[in-house]
Design a protein. Structure first.
Lengths: 202, 188
């Protein structure tokens, strides 16, 4: 059955159709929230909140608009609002390089460790972008949306999207360069044991 | 192409939006400017890194958790959403106002007052704050309406008009707002 039919049914109060839409769009909505907010718990809350708002505000949906764009715009506005409410700049423990160096994850397989490092790197890069710039980058790379589609979701003009994309990419490139120059040297052999023995003697 | 404008061109190139001529100018600039070439390399690396990141997925059972949250919402939070049906609201609102004016007109006729729409509207507007501010005023108006309805020869007409006004008001509220409840989803 076409998505349009599911949406129409959900709009007229068909609960099974709405549940179907949640099932289909849970991934895209959750991913947007996760990339914007940076934590699994916050993303779960934001994704749930997005669907609640969609359900409650279903009458504001215009059928000529793409349903995915409408849903993602609800998620995007919610996430940006959450980020603006964060009054303090939290520094996650993972951002403290010496902790990762001392603690180590020696039992982790090499492939998994590489994936985790890349994931952490992406998260750290995104964390340094202002919310509005982060949004256009997330929509561009994870959803492969055109500038016009991003404009529709973010409530911007197409030229504003292009400007934000290039400024965001500039910031990301600077962040990547900074990461490369501040990277710690490889952990020396026996460093963990040495650190543990020092700590145990305290 | 200058170093100041080259970032925008790099970004457009990553999106496949740069035409041939601009592409050639960008390449020429990159070949002669090591700083911009390094920035271009970093932009490409970031782009590759982001493009390779998979979609993050919620923990299993997400739909069920949404159902539970919908069901747990207090009814008032979901039962009266702001539903925008501007055309219906305007038309129904005008009809309701027309019915209320007709009601006021008929009351004025029954009371033997001169029939003037402007006078009715003015009197209505002037009396609104007083009526709203004093329960006694509302009580007096209520009693007067009941007395009129029971004693005047045109009481049937007056009652019909009152009912029409009430009906239109109810319809207006129902038309511009649609009740939605979380519990409905839960029952499925």
């Amino acid at each position: 059955m076409e998505e349009r039919v599911w949406v129409e049914r959900a709009q007229h109060g068909d609960q099974a159709a709405f549940a179907r839409l949640v099932e289909v769009y849970q991934g895209p909505v959750y991913n947007l929230a996760y990339r914007m907010l940076g934590s699994a718990q916050d993303a779960e809350d934001a994704a749930q909140e997005t669907f609640l708002r969609a359900y409650v505000q279903f009458d504001t949906y215009q059928p000529e608009r793409r349903f995915a764009s409408w849903l993602l715009s609800i998620a995007a506005h919610y996430c940006i609002d959450q980020l603006r409410r964060r009054r303090f700049a939290w520094l996650p423990l993972d951002d403290l390089p010496f902790l990762a160096w001392i603690g180590g994850r020696e039992a982790e397989p090499e492939g998994a460790a590489l994936q985790r490092e890349e994931r952490d790197q992406v998260r750290q890069l995104l964390d340094h972008l202002p919310p509005n710039y982060r949004l256009v980058i997330v929509l561009r790379y994870w959803y492969d949306l055109s500038c016009q589609e991003i404009a529709d979701v973010a409530g911007l003009t197409e030229s504003a999207v292009k400007t934000r994309l290039y400024r965001a990419r500039e910031m990301l490139a600077q962040g990547l360069t900074a990461q490369a120059t501040t990277a710690l040297p490889a952990r020396p052999e026996g460093a963990i044991e040495e650190a543990r023995s020092v700590l145990s003697n305290c | 192409m200058s170093c100041r404008t080259v970032s925008a061109a790099m970004s457009l190139r990553l999106d496949g939006l740069l035409d041939e001529a601009a592409l050639a100018r960008l390449d020429a600039h990159l070949a002669s400017c090591p700083a911009c070439a390094a920035r271009w390399q970093a932009m490409q690396q970031v782009s590759t890194l982001l493009a390779a990141e998979p979609l993050a997925l919620p923990a299993p059972g997400f739909t069920e958790r949404v159902r539970q949250r919908l069901a747990a919402l207090p009814a008032r939070q979901v039962s009266w959403p702001l539903v925008v049906r501007p055309r219906v609201a305007v038309v129904a609102g005008l009809l309701a106002v027309a019915a209320l004016v007709a009601l006021a007109w008929s009351v004025a006729i029954l009371l033997g007052q001169p029939v003037s729409l402007a006078a009715i509207a003015l009197a209505g507007l002037k009396s609104l704050p007083t009526l709203a501010a004093t329960a006694a005023g509302l009580w007096r108006v209520g009693r007067l309406a009941v007395d009129l309805a029971l004693t005047t020869p045109s009481r049937l007409f007056l009652l019909m008009d009152c009912l029409l006004g009430l009906l239109l008001l109810t319809l207006w509220v129902r038309l511009i707002r649609r009740p939605v409840t979380g519990q409905v989803l839960m029952r499925n």
